[in-house]
Design a protein around this ligand. Sequence first.
Ligand SMILES: Nc1ncnc2c1ncn2[C@@H]1O[C@H](COP(=O)(O)OP(=O)(O)OP(=O)(O)O)[C@@H](O)[C@H]1O
Ligand SMILES: [Mg+2]
Length: 271
Amino acid sequence: MEPAIEVTKLSFSYKDGTRALDRCSVTVERGTKVAILGPNGSGKSTLLLHFNGIHLVQQGTVRVLGKTVNQHNEQWLRSKVGLVFQDPDDQIFSGTVWEDVAFGPVNQGLRGEELEAKVRQALRFVNMEQYGHKVPYHLSYGQKKRVAIAGVLAMDPDIIVLDEPVAFLDPAGKRALFELLNRLNRQGKTIVTATHDVDLAARWADKVIILCRGRVLTQGEPALLTDKTIVQEAELELPTVTEIFAPFPDLCQPKTPVTVEEARSIIKQLL
Ligand SMILES: Nc1ncnc2c1ncn2[C@@H]1O[C@H](COP(=O)(O)OP(=O)(O)OP(=O)(O)O)[C@@H](O)[C@H]1O
Ligand SMILES: [Mg+2]
């Protein structure tokens, strides 16, 4: 089966000449959870904005579910890939939370009870059911982020792409979001997130893609995040668990722990 997303030698420059992506090639297999990591300005958002056609391909190719993305399949693309923007203020524009979440499904032709049910379910997913009548402008940033996520969920896309989804979410909101993303993944959705959070990526992702100055530094298993050279080059940090075990290489056999569960099993053996 064709991958969910396949990017080949993608380069992109903004109007002012900033080269944000430089011959990036990445693959996201269907049904997987992928984290894109990299420091500020490394090109994460620019890459994600190609996945649902907000940025048009300048050089290279982007294939989604086997189709090459171009100006002619934009509508199809938006129905398949739901993108939650880094800044919810770029995404939310309706007069009420309910209208905002309903915007996508209305465009898809949903009306009446079906529409009601879809919006209610999406708001329930992000724990914002009580806020339907609210003016989005009056919400906290984290609440806006949840509404933006609900708006994407309501469209039921195959691929869900989230740019910095946990920024501004409280710990309970973070946990709830990742439980939700895992649930959606178990239902077969492909999930891509951009984040600076190495702990989260190590714990959650099937695959990590590390960007640095517009280039793909490396991509593969989350265990890549235990490699100090890679992490330093990408201006990231080692996962906390890895950092704790780093001075004790003898304990890190056969592999260095990246998750709390892996660390616990090492400690259990020691005891
Ligand atoms: N509209 C724009 N016009 C000009 N340059 C831009 C624009 N948007 C982004 N850039 C530049 O493109 C590069 C990549 O930016 P991008 O927003 O993709 O990075 P990022 O990895 O998402 O960063 P962050 O972690 O801060 O969100 C940066 O050098 C940035 O300054
Ligand atoms: Mg960004």
